[in-house]
Every structure is written in structure tokens, then in C-alpha cells.
Design a protein around this ligand. Structure first.
Ligand code: CUA
Length: 349
């Protein structure tokens, strides 16, 4: 702190910067701000936040004003005798016991009601999605729709979606700041929650429990769409991957299912070879908005960068750690191998 001891103005100069960070964190337009909720779950959590916030403001202002008043009013003046010595004051003691009890009740009752509201789905027989967390990506399974996908959660607008939360490895936490959250995903245990999107659009989700090196890169998108669009998406997801005819993409498929050994960790529906479950299902990869669990836009360049050096985009990821193509110099991918793989993956519409 010697930096600030000799230059106290530096500390003062940091204050506006700090304020900028604080205010930016609350700015409703931020894609992960909870101050712009769009579903009943996030809305009830926001209401609860305001309720507790204003209760705390009331306590702060009341206590500080009383303190200030007492300090000024009863300040010792020159020549004052010693104050009256007392022990105990029943009236005061009752007041400062009852007042906090009332205040705690004002905070506790809406809190408990919101906890029960958030825990109990208003439509338990409605749609279901099983979310499985992995270091560091998301698996979304729709048992009723017979769809399995990764990293992008599609839900129909204005419908209750029942979510069960599991993890394949460490503790993660499922959080869609504008729609609902957070609920932990604990090994060996299945947690439940429900969500409902009330606005069509793309919303950002994020793992909210530190889960290792790329915790911050464990993101996902929630696509809230009309029932018709959702049904169309389900229909297209159910289709197996189309086998490419274009020569470069065909070469990519041969690599994917051969020397590059992508098949051992990734599933592509319709392929008898690519049945892996260690990594994301890639059947309709090209239809997704983002790559690498919500970290970069799904473009040809980003896909190439991802395959070339996955560790730069997502430090510590299992593909980079375990795949022979990144660990055995004899099996490394050449530029033309990567071009072929990119062409194949781009063909998975
Ligand atoms: Cu998963 Cu943090």
C-alpha cells in the first residue's frame, strides 16, 4: 500500500473508476444483468432483491440518523457533570428486540414464499429438459422431444420448462441471469428447477460455480422462440446428419471417423462410427450460434482457430488435454487436415 501512502490522491482517483465498474455491473442492457428479467422466476428473484435492498436501506438510514443525532445532541460540553449511571432499561430492551423481529419477518416471509414458488413448477407435467454439466460445456436432452444437443438451449416462449440438473464431474451451477438461477449441479444428485421465457430472443447463460480452469468459458445460449419455430427446430434436430458429397467435406468426414479420432468423443447422429459421449454432440453443429460452449461466434475462422489451438480459446479443455492429435507429434493435424475437418463440420447443418 506504500503506493497510496505517498500518493493519497491516487486512491481518490480510483473512486470514479470503481463507481464505473459498480454501475456497469447493474446496467440492465448488459447481456448478463439480472436487472432486466424476462421470466417469472428471474422476476420474483429481482422483486425479492429490491424488497431486501429497501429494507436494508431503511435500517441503514434509521440507525445512522439516530446515531448522528445522539452524537451531536448529547455531546459532552465543557463543565458537564458525569452522566447519570444506569443499569438496564426494560422499555428500550423490548423495543430493540421487537423491532428487529418485525424487520426479519418482513424480509423472511417473502423470501420463503419465493423459495417455494421457484422450487415448485406450476406445470410439472409440461416440457422437460435434462441438463448435464461437463468441464466445460453443457448437454441438453429433451426426453419428450427425443432431442439431444449441446451448448444451446431452445425453449418455446411463454411455456413452463421443467429442468433437471446433473453433472458428470465436479460441481457446476446453472444460471440464465435474465430468466432464472442459480441452481447447483452436484455429483450424484439431481436438482430441479423450472424456467419460463416471456420474450423471444437469445439470452446468455453461464456456469456460476467455480469448476476449474475454464469456468469462465463455460457459457451457453438460451434461444427463446415461438412454438412454431421451436417445433421446426425439434424436427430438424431429429434428422440425422447428412453425409457430405463435396470432396473436401468428405475428406473431413474420413478424418473425423478415422485418423483424427474425433469419433471416439463426439456423437454425430446417423453415423455408426461417431458415438462418443465425452464431448459435445455435433450432429447439427452448423445450426448453432456459438462455438466452444458460448465463447466465440460460430464462423469458419473461429472453427479453424478452435481446431488449430483449442487451448488458446479454452485453457485446460479436455480435447486439447486428451486427443492424440494435440499430444502426439506424429498424429498432429496438418493445415489441409484442418481445412477438411472444418469443411465437414460446417456441413453439419
Ligand atoms: Cu462449470 Cu463453473
Amino acid at each position: 500500500m506504500s503506493l497510496f501512502r505517498h500518493h493519497p490522491t491516487r486512491l481518490v482517483r480510483l473512486v470514479p473508476l470503481l463507481l464505473v465498474f459498480i454501475v456497469a455491473g447493474c446496467y440492465p442492457d448488459h447481456p448478463q444483468s439480472t436487472f432486466d428479467s424476462t421470466g417469472p422466476v428471474a422476476q420474483s428473484q429481482l422483486n425479492l432483491f429490491y424488497w431486501i435492498f429497501w429494507a436494508a436501506v431503511f435500517v441503514f438510514v434509521t440507525v445512522q440518523s439516530a446515531l448522528l443525532y445522539i452524537c451531536l445532541k448529547f455531546r459532552r460540553k465543557p463543565g458537564d457533570p458525569d452522566p447519570e449511571q444506569t443499569h438496564g432499561h426494560n422499555k428500550l430492551e423490548i423495543i430493540w428486540t421487537v423491532l428487529p423481529v418485525i424487520l426479519l419477518a418482513i424480509v423472511a416471509v417473502p423470501t420463503v414464499l419465493t423459495i417455494f414458488d421457484n422450487a415448485n413448477s406450476p406445470d410439472p407435467d409440461g416440457m422437460h429438459v435434462n441438463v448435464v454439466a461437463h468441464q466445460w460445456w453443457w448437454e441438453f436432452n429433451y426426453p419428450g422431444e427425443d432431442v439431444k444437443t449441446s451448448n444451446e438451449l431452445h425453449i418455446p416462449v411463454d411455456e413452463v420448462v421443467n429442468v433437471s440438473l446433473e453433472t458428470k464431474d465436479v460441481i457446476h451451477s446453472f444460471w440464465i441471469p435474465k430468466i432464472a438461477g442459480k441452481v447447483d449441479m452436484v455429483p450424484g444428485n439431481s436438482n430441479k428447477m423450472w424456467i419460463k421465457g416471456e420474450e423471444i430472443g437469445i439470452f446468455h447463460g453461464q456456469c456460476a460455480e467455480f469448476c476449474g480452469e475454464s469456468h469462465a468459458n463455460m457459457r451457453f445460449q438460451v434461444i427463446v422462440e415461438s412454438r412454431a419455430d421451436f417445433d421446426a427446430w425439434v424436427a430438424s434436430e431429429r434428422e440425422p446428419a447428412v453425409i457430405p458429397v463435396e470432396p473436401l467435406a468428405k475428406a473431413g468426414l474420413d478424418l473425423f471417423e478415422g485418423d483424427a479420432q474425433c469419433w471416439s468423443c463426439h456423437k454425430v447422429e446417423g453415423s455408426s462410427r461417431s458415438r462418443g459421449t465425452k464431448g459435445p454432440n455435433l450432429t447439427h453443429l452448423s445450426g448453432r450460434q456459438y462455438l466452444g460452449a458460448g465463447i466465440v461466434e460460430n464462423s469458419q475462422t473461429n472453427l479453424r482457430n478452435w481446431l488449430t489451438s483449442p487451448n488458446d480459446l479454452k485453457p485446460g479443455n479436455i480435447m486439447y488435454r486428451d486427443a492424440a492429435v494435440y499430444n502426439d507429434p506424429d498424429k498432429a493435424l496438418s493445415d489441409s487436415d484442418i481445412s477438411a475437418l472444418v469443411a465437414y463440420l460446417r456441413s453439419l447443418k
